[in-house]
Design a binder for this molecule. Structure first.
Ligand code: HEC
Ligand code: HEC
Length: 232
């Protein structure tokens, strides 16, 4: 992984190809075309017959959440969302790749377990077409952290080979098609928590993000999380 990170540093664009090529969600590829209408239906209403709660009850109408513990989902890339839902599931008797603090299951482990791979594709497609309402979305909360956060975002931290976040999450934080999530307008507390979960390995679904977070201090995480949330 050290080698991979060095190459991010030297050739960010080359690495993008590597990351996409190593994506593992293909195993959950749908058998039929994703259907955004069915995704909308399941997201908004759940499915009582299968015990699935309405996703919107926590993640807000069309994925615009108003509760900081529940991330915004609107306008995230289709592949990213489908991968997360799959990574919350326990597979082959193993613990899920994506877990919470100290390896505990997250609230999502329960819900994701009830979804078929077709459901995940349908919901992911629906959400990727939605708009995040930036007029109401979370933003940066701490002016004192802005300078440090901006530096990490744009240039990384050279002496510890932390790459610029902008290389993969885009300059304005909107993410990139495919596997690279949007961070702009996400809750700063959620962003910081995920970085810590990558660092501890409780969220073990991205070697790249583990390696990056593993090089970051709590102060750097707090600064860049706040800054990223405020990007537009
Ligand atoms: C009871 C509240 C609740 C419900 C209902 C719920 N979620 Fe979540 N969801 C959460 C929380 C909390 C997280 C953050 C989990 C974590 O930190 O590991 C999350 C995370 C996610 C993520 C990862 C987002 C990211 O940026 O990586 C996706 C995707 C998701 N939920 C989709 C869904 C879908 C689809 C449904 C409906 C089938 C649903 N959720 C129902 C609370 C909920
Ligand atoms: C080489 C590309 C790359 C770089 C550089 C990078 N990221 Fe990521 N990041 C990713 C990928 C890919 C994912 C999706 C991982 C997954 O599949 O769960 C991700 C996911 C995340 C998430 C989880 C988002 C969510 O909704 O749960 C956060 C937070 C994050 N990155 C923050 C950062 C920060 C802060 C930096 C800079 C210090 C950074 N990233 C640099 C590729 C990168």
């Amino acid at each position: 992984m050290k080698r991979v990170l060095s190459s991010i540093f030297i050739a960010g664009s080359l690495l993008l190809g590597t990351v996409v090529a190593s994506a593992s969600y293909a195993a959950d590829a749908p058998t039929v075309k994703p259907d955004a209408k069915k995704g909308e239906q399941l997201f908004a209403n759940g499915d009582a017959a299968r015990g699935i709660l309405a996703c919107a009850s926590c993640h807000g109408a069309v994925g615009n959440s108003t509760i900081p513990t529940n991330p915004n989902l609107a306008a995230q890339p289709h592949e990213y969302l489908a991968k997360q839902l799959s990574d919350f599931q326990a597979k082959n008797g193993k613990v899920p790749l994506r877990r919470g603090v100290n390896g505990a299951n997250t609230i999502m482990s329960t819900f994701a377990a009830l979804l078929t791979s077709q459901d995940m594709q349908n919901i992911a497609l629906f959400l990727s077409h939605q708009r995040l309402d930036y007029s109401k979305a979370p933003t940066a909360t701490n002016k004192d952290l802005a300078e440090a956060g901006q530096k990490i975002w744009r240039a990384g931290v050279d002496d510890r080979r932390i790459p610029a976040c902008a290389a993969c999450h885009s300059a304005n934080g909107a993410g990139l098609p495919g596997e690279f999530p949007r961070l702009a307008g996400q809750f700063p507390s959620y962003i910081a928590e995920q970085l810590k979960l990558f660092r501890s390995g409780d969220r073990a679904n991205s070697d790249i993000m583990h390696d990056i977070a593993n090089r970051m201090t709590d102060a750097e995480i707090a600064a860049v999380a706040d800054y990223a949330a405020g990007l537009r």
